[in-house]
Ligand binder design. Structure first.
Ligand SMILES: C[S@@+](CC[C@H](N)C(=O)[O-])C[C@H]1O[C@@H](n2cnc3c(N)ncnc32)[C@H](O)[C@@H]1O
Ligand code: SF4
Length: 367
């Protein structure tokens, strides 16, 4: 599978095998199986980030605990390998650790994303529950909660760093960037590299906010000025190592890809591959909203898209069988929700590689 190694962190490490499996199943006329489930445990949040669509588009709601535990059982019976907990703010849910522990007890992987604005003791309880990857959203500049929120999140991050001495889990930083702040990324990275023990930083360009989104000149500056500055900072922190081989460096070009011909489109908010190919990835993923309804993917849910079923009245397997058909995903080109602006280069590459594998079949191609 032709994917930039810089995209292969965490979740993406299993992607080449998953793409081959998807192509084989589709070629054989079968449905792809459920591999990953994203659960929005709540739409409520203790911050109000100016760019956040979840808190703006959804009324505050929490999925009932018993409902979620039942959905986890059902997903595991269907073969799910990974359950990702998000929100809203997942740590506002006091029983989050119980849901994580169930996933882990059933032999599956549990991951979360959090703003870290919580009691730092939660770092220990989340890790003890068995979470295998934590993404902490820690922006270059203060989020809407102000500098107090940033201090609390940093204390949480320091607690996670210490726990890495005794526990095995991955720790990434999510960092939203826009046209006003992307130049601060190298200094931010420097601060984090000298304060925390973590695996890498995911820059996330703001989506859906015209006027603040990075434009083509910003993307060019990002590659020509920001990335070289970040490389020097990594070199200083890890002398003797080639900075470009570190995860810290390899994740940085990820949001835009390394093909300058595509930057004008990407800067405009379009992901060329996402617009061209069916979303085969969504054939093996599902998102559960705080309303306990099932959605095609987390972005469809975030963007206020239509549910594909309701776990209050239907079994997850039934929703999956009816909602995740090849015909359905192929009929959505260009895609119906704003995933074309919110998706990523990596997802597009996955979809393109499945598409290309299907074209290689000697006969009976599905297209
Ligand atoms: C919706 S939040 C939910 C989890 C948690 N409350 C947090 O902030 O980490 C998940 C991720 O989406 C990012 N995000 C929110 N709005 C965004 C936007 N308009 N564009 C890009 N990323 C966004 C956040 O920064 C965060 O890393
Ligand atoms: S912390 Fe997360 S969910 Fe809350 S407002 Fe910010 S991005 Fe949205």
């Amino acid at each position: 599978m032709n994917m930039d190694p810089g995209l292969m962190s965490g979740y993406w490490r299993g992607m080449p095998a998953r793409a081959v499996e998807a192509a084989q199943l589709i070629y054989g006329g079968q449905s792809s199986s459920l591999r990953r489930m994203v659960v929005n445990v709540t739409t409520a949040c203790n911050l109000k980030c100016r760019y956040c669509d979840v808190t703006k588009k959804h009324k505050p709601e929490v999925i009932p605990k018993e409902k979620l535990l039942d959905i986890i059982w059902q997903a595991v019976e269907m073969g799910v390998e990974m359950v990702h907990f998000t929100g809203g703010e997942s740590t506002t849910i006091p029983w989050l650790e119980e849901a994580i522990a169930l996933v882990v007890a059933l032999g599956k992987e549990a991951t979360i994303v959090t703003n870290g604005v919580t009691d730092p003791k939660r770092a220990e309880s989340l890790v003890s529950a068995g979470v295998s990857k934590i993404n902490l959203s820690f922006d270059v500049v203060d989020r809407e909660g102000g500098s107090r929120a940033k201090r609390v999140a940093l204390t949480f991050a320091e607690a996670l760093s210490k726990l890495r001495r005794t526990h095995d889990f991955a720790f990434y930083i999510n960092c939203v960037i826009d046209k006003g702040n992307f130049r601060l990324l190298p200094e931010h990275l420097k601060f984090l590299l000298y304060h925390l023990d973590f695996n890498g930083i995911h820059p996330i360009p703001i989506r859906n906010h015209p006027g603040v989104c990075m434009e083509i000149d910003d993307v060019r500056e990002y590659f020509e000025v920001v990335l070289p500055a970040a490389r020097e900072i990594i070199r200083g922190r890890f002398p003797g190592e080639d900075p470009e081989t570190t995860e810290f460096y390899r994740l940085l070009p990820q949001p835009f890809g390394c093909n300058p011909e595509e930057w004008p489109l990407i800067a405009r908010g379009d992901f060329p591959d996402v617009l061209r190919y069916p979303c085969y990835l969504s054939l093996s993923e599902i998102a559960i909203g705080a309303d306990a309804k099932a959605y095609n993917c987390p972005l469809t849910y975030y963007d206020g898209g239509e549910a594909i079923g309701d776990t209050n009245t239907q079994a997850l397997a039934e929703i999956y069988r009816a909602g995740k058909t090849l015909e359905r995903i192929q009929s959505r080109i260009p895609l119906e929700s704003s995933c074309s602006t919110g998706c990523s280069i990596a997802f597009g590459k996955y979809n393109r590689s499945v598409y290309e594998m299907l074209q290689l079949q000697p006969s009976g191609s599905i297209h």
